[in-house]
Write a protein that binds this ligand. Sequence first.
Ligand code: BG6
Length: 520
Amino acid sequence: MAAENQPQAVVFVIFGAGGDLAWRKLIPALYQLLADRWLPERFAVIGLGHAHADEAELRRRFRQGVDQFSRQGPVADAAWELFSSHLSFLAAELDRPQTYTDLAGKLAALDQEWDARAQRVFYLAVPPQMIEAIVRELGRARLARDRSRARVVVEKPFGRDLSSARALNRTLTQVFEESQIFRIDHYLGKETVQNLLALRFANTLFEPLWNRGYIDHVQITVAESDGVGTRGHYYDHTGALRDMVQNHLLQILCLIAMEPPVSFTPEEVRNKKAEVLRALRPLPAEQVERFAVRGQYGAGWLEGEPVAGYRAEPRVASDSHTETFAAVKFYVDNWRWQGVPFYLRTGKRLPARISEVSLQFKPVPHQTFPPEAFLDPRPNRLIVAIQPEEGILLRFVSKSPGPAMRLAPVLMQFYYREAFRTPSPEAYETLLLDVMRGDATLFMRADQAEAAWQALAPLLEAWEAVKPVDFPNYPAGTWGPEAAEALLAQDGRSWVMPTFLECQMCPEELALCRVRVAPG
Ligand code: BG6
């Protein structure tokens, strides 16, 4: 980071410090940023939690979170003590005005002690129903007034439909200006997701092919092998469409489909992404089943172990109709993408944790070689591997060694871990630093959040109106319901096996298909 962007003094206020997010993501990310010297010396974290929360217990929990979840793993005592010296707590009821008077006093005292006007980040790691009260009280305590230094971060879910998202935007903008509001989607902080921008707009190579003339279709898969774990209560009121598609998957779609921005500035990039959302063809309310499939996992097997079905998970209704799998087909109605389907799928308890984007190219316009020359007639494909492997892979056809003209697919592979020696930062590290720097490029603007809900509205309504009769309809450890296959089969296509898995299963004799990209 350039020195001029480095905040000179920062206070990070976490509302909901006792919650899961602070423990798993925020504190480990802040710890890592401090350890890697991204944070100024004048840096403080104030955790706001329940009045009855025990500070010593919270500190212990934070340290355990850093040990377990930070990128560097367990921390040494001295490093923890250093980080811990930046931490303080305010036991508080979040809807009481006194809390905000106390907070304002604490913030003013820090400014005085540091002789600085610190950046103030108010991070709302709280359930959505608490946001309104907190924002209102921040406003009343005049903590939002200074536009150059007060910022608010709002976690997903950003509403649960278009009207609640609009209401939330109204609540926020009554107190904060849009430039102060950071709606976080942690997928946008992932290195490989950001790299989509570099791949597309820092290379001449791909752009000429990046359109309906060459691309047959796009698939975006975000698969998780985990179930809902301890989040049953939240998830059972949310489902895969709201939890993953409205945000993470549609944001990836935007990065794939957007037009080249004039410059890499927040508004330029966000304008181009918003255009994609506005161009999504409305899903026909009467025929959503031709465009979308939902599923719920039943009991099954994962990595040789039996796992319970969704309805048997803690804090999930035993007759739940919540979807744990969603697949949706979108069209982007503009010149570049007319007629090119974007297939999105996500689900819990799928066979592996794998996120991947696959762009499949059209067949060659004229076949020079006879059909028998093709040992394996697989189409050209560009794959962006998001996780767990991070990289970009290109599959094309090559002559297989030997006297005859035999053609086989080969895979050119670039992996971050091989090309760059430095480990990728966690998404939250990148995003928290961006908030402190006031860089909103990777955050959702109000219009984007609303447009994403609008795109899903017909589906949300149709699925709510008609309860599924076949749930659970896929066993844990499989790639979702059969209807998901049919969704693509009706177009004469099929879901691709994520390349990382395909490579693991690749027979020895085909291992030569791997062409490495040398570092540098
Ligand atoms: C969160 C969802 O936004 O993303 C979770 O609420 C999901 O349900 C998680 O498990 C997946 O994130 P990642 O980074 O592990 O792919």
